[in-house]
Design a protein around this ligand. Structure first.
Ligand SMILES: Cc1ncc(COP(=O)(O)O)c(C=O)c1O
Length: 376
């Protein structure tokens, strides 16, 4: 329909452009729609089954019954700073073995904050080729020079650290990669960062609650003022938000310079109360972790899995349409498994991203193994 005065309203022109973009996505088979969680959960990041934990429900009810406000009412720097946030940060710093912690509403926000507030324009950011979109977005918004290091290539990292030894370098990686489920060569990279006095940012999103002593992450036990870790609270911890852990100097910089922290309403106090409770549960969840690792082992014995024994199992199919068809076929068999396609993963590596969690039963994993044979 052509509207009178169309040219006078750029809004309509923009809408036409958006429609064209959406049509192109449809033509390319890359148009995404939201769909409900139906079937056995082989797709969430709720690795320990905390998201429906009765103790978290009870903590929420108790906090609300005791009169906890629902909203925070403002930015942390204004009236939004609630004792529940500070209590959580105190507990998290102790739990993760770092000097201080700072709570954000989500991991995406926290990563964006780290990458935009910490490196400055004369610095160099050396980031692994497969880091999460939240880190990449922040890096791209930072005027510092950034260099993409081939995935998990400690030699390439060292060459770049050597070549930039007069500058402040920020090395950015994930301890477990979200789409491939593989480990970073952390001890080599920690050694290199010490050797070249580089800052090290480790996103522990998929290790938190699962790996390291009591689920404290794969960096736990490494003490350095140059280390900054990110622990998301919506995956293994089952709630929402993220904790950045580092030295007090880094925290003060974030509080003073990180725009996503300064110019955003603080997370609901209830969110902080629940993450505190989730940290307590995490400390006592050896049984769930043991069960999860046993399920990982069972999966490895019964269908093709990459070498890293993590609960993230990519089933690479290459072609986007094949991945979509395979996901649909698995869903029809009662498994909630999703296709992951570009731009989330590189071109030609479309896949099913299968995740395991501690609420699954052995027979679920065995049923999955035979269903996967069916689609092969
Ligand atoms: C590696 C990694 N970092 C950060 C995030 C963002 O965390 P959140 O979901 O809390 O925003 C994700 C989420 O998918 C992730 O996989």
């Amino acid at each position: 329909m052509v509207l009178d005065g169309f040219e006078m309203f750029p809004y309509y022109r923009d809408m036409t452009r958006l429609s064209a973009t959406l049509s192109k996505l449809r033509e390319e088979g890359r148009f995404r729609v939201l769909s409900p969680a139906i079937g056995i959960d082989f797709t969430s990041n709720d690795y320990l089954g905390f998201k429906a934990h009765p103790a978290l429900r009870a903590a929420a009810v108790e906090a609300l019954e005791n009169g906890l406000d629902i909203g925070s009412g403002g930015s942390r720097l204004l009236r939004g700073n609630h004792p529940a946030h500070e209590q959580l940060e105190h507990e998290a710093a102790q739990f993760f073995g770092q000097e201080q912690a700072l709570f954000f509403g989500s991991g995406f926000l926290a990563n964006h904050a780290l990458m935009t507030a910490l490196p400055t324009k004369d610095d160099i950011i050396l980031f692994d080729a497969l880091v999460h979109a939240s880190l990449r977005g922040g890096i791209q918004s930072n005027p510092a020079k950034h260099i993409r290091i081939p995935h998990n290539d400690a030699n390439a990292l060292e060459e770049n650290l050597k070549a930039n030894s007069g500058k402040t370098c920020w090395v950015v990686l994930e301890s477990i990669y979200s789409m491939d489920g593989d480990f970073a060569p952390l001890s080599d990279i920690i050694m290199l960062c010490e050797k070249y006095n580089a800052m090290l940012v480790v996103d522990e999103a998929h290790a938190t609650a699962v790996f390291g002593e009591k689920g404290k992450g794969l960096t736990f036990g490494h003490h350095s003022p140059n280390l900054i870790t990110l622990h998301t609270c919506g995956k293994g911890l089952g709630v929402a938000g993220a904790l950045v852990c580092a030295s007090s100097e880094i925290m003060e910089t974030l509080i003073n310079k990180a725009r996503p922290f300064i110019y955003s309403t603080a997370p609901m106090p209830l969110q902080a109360v629940l993450v505190s409770k989730a940290l307590q549960l995490c400390a006592g969840a050896d049984e769930q972790r043991t069960k999860l690792f046993a399920l990982c082992e069972l999966a490895r014995k019964n269908f093709p899995c990459p070498p890293s024994p993590t609960p993230i199992i990519p089933h690479i199919l290459g072609d986007e349409q094949k991945a979509l068809a395979a996901a649909t076929a698995m869903q029809a068999k009662g498994f909630d498994i999703r296709a992951i396609r570009p731009p989330t993963v590189p071109n030609g590596s479309s896949r099913l991203r299968i995740t395991l969690n501690a609420t699954l039963r052995e027979q679920d994993v065995m049923a999955l193994a035979s269903a996967l044979q069916g689609i092969a």
